[in-house]
Design a protein around this ligand. Structure first.
Ligand code: HEM
Length: 438
C-alpha cells in the first residue's frame, strides 16, 4: 500500500505475519533489491541470483552473518553456523574433513538401518504426526553418525526434547520485539534455562566419555577431537561443545523438514508417487537400498530437489554489510541487513516454468547447469555453503527410498499444514498423516 513512511513499518509487519508467502513474493518481485521498513530493523530484500552470488561468493568477505543469525549464538554457543571471521575459518577447516564424501558414504548403512527400524514400528491405518516422526528419525541418525557409541537413546531423547524447548523460545516472536522479557523470572524462561543446562550436560558428558576412552570410533566426534590446525592447535572442550550443539541443531530439523514436505507433496501428486514406486520396484525389488543404489535412484533424487525447491527448509539466509557498497547498482549502507530468499528465487518463472507445480521431471537433463547458480540454493553457497549438504542429500534419498518402499504416508487435503516462516520452514501445528502399507 502507498502508505506514509511512518505507517509502512507496522503495516509491513502485519503483512509479513499474516501473509508471509505473499509478502515475500511481492517484495522480491518489486525490485532486484530494495529496503523494506519493519519495526526495529529495515532489512534489504533480494531474490536476484546475481546479487545473491555477489553477496555469498563474489564479495563474501565484505559480509558477516545478519543480526538474527548472530543472536542465535546466544542460544547455541559460537558454532560454525553462527561464527564469523578468522574464528569461523579455523573451525570450518578443522571440521571439513569429517564431511568429505568418502566419510559420508560410510554413514549410508546407519541411515537405512534407522529408517528400517522406524518402518517396522508403523501399523496399517495408523494416524501420526509424520513431521514429529521425521524429527525423531533424523535426530537418531545425526546422533548415531556424528557421535556413534557416545549417544544412547536416553541421551538422544534428552537432546531432542531440550532442543525443542530451545528452538521454540528462539522462534517466539514476542522475544524478538520485547527482548527484555528474557530477563524476567517467567516459567518459559525457566524451562529454557533448564533445557540449555540439560543439553549442555548431555553434550559435555559425550565429549568427556570419549576423551576418557581415547578410542577412535571413526565418527565425526573422533575426527573433531583429532583435528589440528596449521599450528598444531586443537579445539577446546568449549568449542567442541558449541560445534556439537550446532550440528544437532542444523543437522536434524532441516532434513526432517525436507522429508515432511516431501510426504505432503507426494500425497498431493499421485502420479509422482506412482513413478517413485516404479523406480523403487525396479531398482530395489524387495530389499532396502544401499549406497550402491543411489546413482540409480534418479527420480527419487529429483523428488528431493523439487520438494526443496517448493519448500526450502532454509527459506532465507541473511548477511550484514561491513561497509558501504553497491549491490545490483543500488547503494547499500554499512550495517545493512540483507535477506536473500530461497522461497522467492525458487519460484521465479524465468527459471522454473509453472513455478507452483510439483514436477520432479523438470530436474531431468541439464536444468541445474542452465539456471544461474543462485536460482536454486537450498544449501546456501560460497564459503558458507552448508557443510552437511552431501550428508543431507544422501540421507534424504536413502530415507525416502527406505520408507516409501514399505509405506505410503497420506496427508489429506484437510490436514495440509500451512508453512510457518520460523527460522526454518515448519509445518504449522505439525503434519497429520495416515499410513498405508504398500
Ligand atoms: C549451513 C541448509 C542439513 C550443518 C547451512 C546453510 C544452509 C543450510 C542454507 C547456509 C546458511 C548461511 O549461509 O547463512 C541446510 C538444509 C539441510 C541442511 C536445507 C537439509 C535438507 C545439514 C546437515 C548438517 C548441517 C545434515 C550437519 C550434519 C550445517 C552447518 C552449517 C550449515 C554446520 C554452517 C556452515 C558454515 O557456515 O561453515 N545449511 N542444511 N546442515 N549447515 Fe546445513
Amino acid at each position: 500500500l502507498p502508505l506514509p513512511r511512518r505507517l509502512q513499518a507496522p503495516s509491513n509487519l502485519l503483512h509479513m505475519f499474516f501473509r508471509p508467502e505473499q509478502f515475500i513474493a511481492r517484495h522480491a518481485a518489486a525490485a532486484p533489491i530494495h529496503q523494506v521498513h519493519m519495526p526495529g530493523s529495515s532489512p534489504w530484500f533480494t531474490a536476484d541470483p546475481d546479487i545473491i552470488d555477489d553477496v555469498l561468493v563474489g564479495r563474501s568477505k565484505l559480509f558477516i552473518k545478519d543480526r538474527i543469525t548472530r543472536d542465535l549464538a546466544l542460544v547455541t554457543g559460537n558454532g560454525l553456523l553462527v561464527s564469523d571471521g578468522e574464528f569461523w575459518r579455523r573451525q570450518r577447516r578443522l571440521a571439513q574433513p569429517a564431511f568429505h564424501r568418502e566419510r559420508i558414504a560410510g554413514y549410508a548403512d546407519v541411515m537405512v538401518e534407522h529408517a528400517e527400524r522406524l518402518a517396522s514400528t508403523w501399523r496399517e491405518g495408523q494416524v501420526l504426526d509424520i513431521h514429529a516422526a521425521m524429527m525423531r528419525l533424523t535426530l537418531d541418525i545425526v546422533a548415531a553418525t556424528l557421535f556413534s557409541s557416545g549417544v544412547d537413546r536416553a541421551i538422544a531423547d534428552t537432546i531432542g526434547s531440550s532442543l525443542d524447548v530451545i528452538m521454540a523460545r528462539f522462534s517466539d516472536p514476542t522475544y524478538a520485539f520485547f527482548p527484555w522479557l528474557a530477563g524476567l523470572p517467567l516459567p518459559k524462561n525457566r524451562r529454557f534455562a533448564e533445557a540449555r543446562a540439560r543439553i549442555d550436560g548431555a553434550i559435555r558428558g559425550i565429549i568427556a566419555a570419549r576423551r576418557a576412552s581415547g578410542r577412535d570410533e571413526g565418527d565425526l566426534l573422533s575426527m573433531l577431537l583429532r583435528a589440528r590446525d596449521d599450528e598444531g592447535g586443537q579445539m577446546s572442550d568449549e568449542q567442541l561443545r558449541d560445534e556439537a550443539f550446532i550440528l544437532f541443531v542444523a543437522g536434524h530439523e532441516t532434513t526432517a523438514l525436507a522429508l515432511s514436505w516431501t510426504w505432503m507433496l507426494l500425497s498431493q501428486n499421485p502420479a509422482a508417487w506412482d513413478r517413485l514406486r516404479a523406480e523403487l520396484d525396479r531398482v530395489l525389488g524387495d530389499r532396502p537400498p544401499t549406497l550402491a543404489d543411489v546413482p540409480a535412484l534418479r527420480y527419487t533424487d529429483w523428488i528431493v530437489h523439487e520438494s526443496m525447491r517448493l519448500y526450502p527448509p532454509a527459506w532465507s539466509v541473511g548477511r550484514e554489510a561491513l561497509e558501504d557498497l553497491e549491490l545490483g547498482g543500488v547503494p547499500v549502507p554499512r550495517g545493512a541487513q540483507i535477506w536473500m530468499f530461497q522461497w522467492a528465487a525458487h519460484r521465479d518463472p524465468r527459471h522454473f516454468p509453472r513455478p507452483e507445480a510439483f514436477e520432479p521431471e523438470r530436474w531431468d537433463g541439464d536444468l541445474a547447469r542452465r539456471i544461474p547458480r543462485f536460482a536454486y540454493f537450498p544449501f546456501g553457497g560460497g564459503p558458507r555453503l552448508c557443510i552437511g549438504n552431501n550428508f543431507a542429500s544422501l540421507e534424504l534419498v536413502l530415507v525416502l527410498a527406505t520408507l516409501a518402499r514399505r509405506w505410503r504416508p497420506i496427508v489429506r487435503p484437510a490436514d495440509r499444514p500451512r508453512p510457518q516462516f520460523s527460522i526454518t520452514l515448519r509445518p504449522a501445528g505439525g503434519m497429520r498423516a495416515t499410513l498405508l502399507r504398500r
